[in-house]
Design a binder for this molecule. Structure first.
Ligand code: ATP
Length: 141
């Protein structure tokens, strides 16, 4: 598989699991978090991590964010930071932005400001579990 550089902003459970999986699959992954402990924890399984506030345009520029083919914004609970980060990435010219939304309104705003793909982790996982339960191959629960 061709290697692509990815940046994952926000190393909570969601961001960490994406970053880890991409890295295990041989991709180049930079993890970014405002929280030093989160960045340090991720150093155990990622080659590069940076402590930075993604709502600070200069911080994103200084990590060379434009060198990444795809940037994943995995900040959820702090909606303001999530939206501001996507806006800055868009303004800087990042080509592919994937962002996590906590709910419908959050997702609508992310869509309006130009996120290319919006993920609703709880909703998507709920649908996946239901589909698995409905699958004829699933053991009866
Ligand atoms: P998860 O559900 O993925 O575990 P969480 O509950 O830890 O997430 P979130 O608010 O979604 O909380 O934050 C995810 C990560 O994003 C956290 O590790 C947090 O430190 C980081 N984060 C929040 N704001 C910023 C920011 N401005 N810049 C960089 N990282 C940020």
């Amino acid at each position: 598989m061709k290697t692509k550089p990815y940046a994952v902003i926000g190393l909570g459970r969601f961001g960490t699991s994406i970053a880890k999986r991409l890295f295990e699959a041989g991709q180049e992954v930079l993890g970014i978090d405002i929280d030093e402990t989160k960045a340090e924890d991720a150093e155990l399984f990622l080659s590069h991590t940076v402590v930075a506030d993604a709502t600070d345009e200069r911080a994103l520029t200084s990590v060379g964010i434009l060198n990444f083919d795809c940037v994943i914004v995995a900040i959820g609970n702090n909606m303001q930071s999530s939206i501001l980060t996507v806006m800055i990435l868009k303004d800087l010219g990042v080509k592919k932005i994937i962002a996590k939304a906590l709910g419908k309104h959050h997702g609508q705003v992310l869509d309006k400001i130009g996120a290319n793909l919006i993920i609703y982790p709880e909703r998507d996982m709920g649908e996946r579990v239901a589909n698995q339960l409905l699958s004829p191959n699933m053991l009866n629960y």
